[in-house]
Structures are given as structure tokens and as C-alpha cells.
Ligand binder design. Structure first.
Ligand code: ZN
Length: 186
């Protein structure tokens, strides 16, 4: 199970919209296995394919390390499409393996409905709320080239900019492997 390097803030592959997965393949299955291994090693709870440099439309989520979510099964969402979002606008702190050492509050809707294909490429749909809805929205944004820090405004944004620049330069202090090649960052 190779551990894949995680691409940092503003890497080109993380700013481009990802492409749909056409069909299941051994390569896809291996990518999913590697993504889970990479995410677990970095103590993450969600990881999008473009965070490991693959511009495809899929992400993995595993909330089971979190208190209260021990029974939550790991999810693979291929070609996901959020079809509806509703409920209260919730303010919650987020972090990201591509944006190490930054935690900021982001406002997002409480609930969503999503269609996707699972690891067997079977069509699925899910209604999610609370923390699961939050993580899904964060990962879904990655597939469209959006970082949670893009939502910051004003003072918060000014405070975080120097840290983001440091991450882009490959100077973030992390205890997992990051792709650290100037060529990956535009
Ligand atoms: Zn992220």
C-alpha cells in the first residue's frame, strides 16, 4: 500500500476541476486503497484524489476515528453530485491535509443530498447532516478546485495569507509526506 505524497495549497492539480471517472479499473481500486492508507497515516478524515495529484472526481471519507462516529463506515464517493443543500447555515472549524496547521471557521449548510458511485462503481445516494455533511462539502469543493480558505474574508484572510504562502513554498511543518516540488505549484 503505497503512501502518496499530499499536494499542498494552490498546487495546479488542486485548482483545476477534476474529470469524471469513466469506468472501474484495477488502477482505480488501487488508488482508493492508497488514498485510505495515505489519509489514515496523516490522521485525516477526508481526502480528495487531486490532493494526491490525481485529477479525477472522487474522494474518500472515514469519520470513525472521531468521537460519536465510531460506527460510521468509510465512504468512497466517485463522480459525486450534490443535488440539494438545506438546513441552518452552520459555522464550524475546518482543517485540510493540503493546508497544514491552518484551522478556520467556515459557514456551510447543515444538510445535503448527494448522488455518487461507490467503490464497486454502483450508483448510490445519501442524505447527510452534521459533521458528515461538513466533510463531504469540504471534499466536494476540492474536486471543483476550491479550498476552505477561499471562503475567508477581511481580517481572517489577511492573517492566514502568510501561512498559505509558506505552505506553497513547501515550508509547512508536517509529519506526513507532501509533494514538495516547485513545479506542482503554479
Ligand atoms: Zn481539504
Amino acid at each position: 500500500m503505497p503512501i502518496l505524497p499530499i499536494y499542498p495549497y494552490d498546487a495546479q492539480v488542486l485548482r483545476e476541476e477534476t474529470k469524471a471517472v469513466d469506468a472501474p479499473s484495477e488502477e482505480l481500486t488501487q488508488l482508493i486503497v492508497d488514498m485510505f492508507a495515505t489519509m489514515h497515516l496523516a490522521n485525516g478524515i477526508g481526502l480528495a484524489a487531486n490532493q494526491v495529484g490525481v485529477g479525477k472526481s472522487l474522494f474518500v471519507v472515514d469519520l470513525s476515528p472521531m468521537e460519536g462516529y465510531e460506527e460510521q463506515k468509510p465512504l468512497v464517493m466517485i463522480n459525486p453530485e450534490i443535488t440539494d443543500m438545506w438546513g441552518d447555515e452552520i459555522n464550524l472549524e475546518e482543517g485540510c491535509l493540503s493546508v497544514p496547521n491552518v484551522r478556520e471557521e467556515v459557514v456551510r449548510p447543515e444538510k445535503l443530498h448527494i448522488r455518487y458511485r461507490d467503490a464497486n462503481f454502483e450508483p448510490q445516494e445519501l442524505e447527510a447532516d452534521e459533521f458528515l455533511a461538513r466533510v463531504i462539502q469540504h471534499e466536494y469543493d476540492h474536486l471543483e478546485g476550491i479550498f476552505f480558505t477561499d471562503y475567508l474574508r477581511g481580517f481572517r484572510k489577511r492573517l492566514v495569507m502568510p501561512v498559505l504562502k509558506k505552505i506553497r513554498r513547501g515550508e509547512a511543518e508536517v509529519d506526513y509526506a507532501m509533494a514538495n516540488d516547485a513545479a506542482v505549484v503554479k
